[in-house]
Design a protein around this ligand. Sequence first.
Ligand code: HEC
Ligand code: HEC
Ligand code: HEC
Ligand code: HEC
Ligand code: HEC
Ligand code: HEC
Ligand code: HEC
Ligand code: HEC
Length: 410
Amino acid sequence: MNFRAKQLAVAVISLFFLGSLLTVGYIESERLLPKKKAKAVVTNKNLSCVKCHAEKSPAIVTQWRESLHATLGVGCMDCHEAKKGEPDAWEHEESLISIIPTPKDCARCHETQAKEFAASAHASAAENVALLDTFRGEAAGGTPVAIGGCQKCHGNTVKVLKGGPLGSKTGTLDPATWPNAGVGRINPDGSKGSCAVCHARHKFATAQARQSESCGKCHIGPEHPQLEIYGESKHGLLVRAQIGEMNFGSSEWVAGKDYSAAPTCATCHMSATKSLPVTHDVGRRIARGLRPIVSKKFENWERKRKDMMSACNACHGPEYTKSFFVQSDGTLDRYNEKFAGPAEKIMEALKQEGKITPALFDEKIEWAFFDLWHHEGRSARKIAGHFKYRFLSEAEKLSPGISERFAKDR
Ligand code: HEC
Ligand code: HEC
Ligand code: HEC
Ligand code: HEC
Ligand code: HEC
Ligand code: HEC
Ligand code: HEC
Ligand code: HEC
């Protein structure tokens, strides 16, 4: 090799090394530096909304700018646009809009999620208490009490005013009925529910909905203490201890693949597993209702149980999971046999003997019975004492010997 050829070889090798260094440097900096944010796309029909609201309500526009929607060009009018003749159509700055984008509006682009949600108990949560809350909430303190009480979680019926504080002729919402963010709210367009109860506007980030606190806003308190129970469980404490490893912002979120620290409410009830897609029907994986007096297995309970177990099995062995359900079913069966079942029979017998009236809550024992399955029934340690000293002692007063007949083994 002559001198020239050597020089050329050295130059080529040096260039090659330099090239690889630059490539590695580029890849590493892409990996280590924070991701460049995709820019918000403001389409023509949204230009005036974005411009003016950036001044009038800047936080709303900032939240929207930071959303996935904004980067894909989904803007204000894609959700807020109304058609002439819709009950809540509002003429606003030369556009026809509605203040509430409902599940119907989201369904234009998210049909599956909207369908599953509509089929779930969540969507009917306002309907289910409509009768009850007229008699408990509204009778006790008027509509504001009902809105602040039951309807805050369950939802209400939103009504439209003609004219009003926003100064328009149509489309103004009755302040006695809105804002409301109950999960089964009945909207002016007749659709049920609100997607924003879990997906806070205007980011609509899945990262937020996956966190247990999104559910705990309603699933809390003595009648449905899921957040408290979860919070003190090993699952809850592990999520808190390793919150930085939960990868909440991942586009896919499958336990065992995208994170493995511990599950949140969404993991077990909604999120995808290795074998199941995301579901917006929170009842899909519930095999056994815990709400009735005597807890029963639902139709197709085996399939539902299998679906739930597919979430557990990402992190636990199949025998562990199966045995867990043997234990939990055993506890429920025992509670039914020993307490709920006999109590239900005693109440029925007292009614037949004419010892209690058909009207609810006019006798002391009806309160003791209610507490047995409703409050104390959710806290196993207290049940036995409550059953014996509050419920049976009351039943004996009304019909001596009745405990012997129905609750021998207590
Ligand atoms: C020139 C400014 C301006 C433009 C353009 C504008 N808005 Fe507004 N918007 C307001 C103001 C101010 C209010 C407060 C109520 C009022 O005075 O009418 C409001 C109220 C609203 C509300 C009612 C919420 C509430 O609680 O008061 C919604 C929803 C809304 N705008 C959405 C939009 C959408 C969607 C567009 C685009 C078609 C838009 N706005 C265009 C200024 C504007
Ligand atoms: C992905 C759908 C979606 C997009 C995009 C969207 N909104 Fe909304 N917006 C909603 C929902 C849902 C609500 C909640 C209404 C309710 O249930 O009370 C809402 C409520 C509002 C309200 C009234 C409630 C409040 O918090 O004051 C205003 C004002 C508003 N949006 C303005 C805008 C503006 C301006 C834009 C564009 C920058 C925009 N929205 C984009 C869905 C959307
Ligand atoms: C014009 C179409 C359109 C409308 C209307 C729309 N979206 Fe979206 N949305 C999209 C697209 C496209 C994506 C990105 C792909 C996907 O996840 O489906 C998206 C993504 C999302 C995500 C995932 C965001 C993330 O962080 O991963 C949520 C949650 C969401 N939308 C909720 C809603 C809700 C709630 C409404 C109604 C208030 C709504 N969308 C209305 C088009 C729309
Ligand atoms: C903090 C939120 C919250 C409030 C306030 C609230 N609920 Fe509930 N309610 C729930 C949740 C969550 C469930 C589901 C409980 C479960 O499955 O364990 C529920 C379940 C119910 C059920 C059972 C539905 C069924 O199909 O078995 C009834 C009935 C009910 N609530 C009535 C009421 C009434 C009446 C009020 C007002 C006095 C009220 N709730 C206030 C959150 C709430
Ligand atoms: C009970 C809470 C809850 C309600 C109500 C809810 N979502 Fe979701 N949604 C979630 C959770 C949790 C996820 C994240 C699932 C996962 O882990 O990927 C999600 C994910 C999504 C996504 C991302 C794509 C996907 O399916 O994973 C879209 C789009 C979406 N929701 C739209 C909607 C729409 C539209 C509505 C109303 C019809 C709605 N959501 C109501 C909790 C909810
Ligand atoms: C705005 C309040 C609210 C939020 C937020 C909420 N829920 Fe609920 N949830 C309810 C109410 C009310 C019910 C009872 C509905 C009924 O049967 O009338 C319920 C019922 C349920 C049920 C029983 C379903 C069935 O078919 O029996 C499950 C499971 C559930 N919710 C899980 C969740 C999860 C998981 C989240 C969060 C991702 C969540 N919920 C967020 C209010 C809420
Ligand atoms: C490790 C998985 C897991 C986690 C995490 C979890 N759950 Fe559950 N949940 C279950 C199982 C299992 C049942 C009982 C279902 C059965 O027996 O079929 C249940 C039952 C329920 C029920 C009762 C439904 C009824 O019919 O009474 C509600 C409501 C509920 N969960 C909400 C929540 C909420 C809210 C959170 C978070 C605070 C949560 N769950 C966290 C697995 C989980
Ligand atoms: C994302 C992973 C993950 C999922 C999904 C999951 N778990 Fe766990 N679970 C864990 C971890 C981690 C622990 C802590 C193990 C330890 O104690 O060392 C745990 C602990 C437990 C414990 C023991 C609690 C204690 O106090 O020792 C039980 C019981 C349990 N899980 C049941 C379930 C059931 C049932 C399901 C499905 C309905 C489930 N888990 C889903 C990760 C998970």
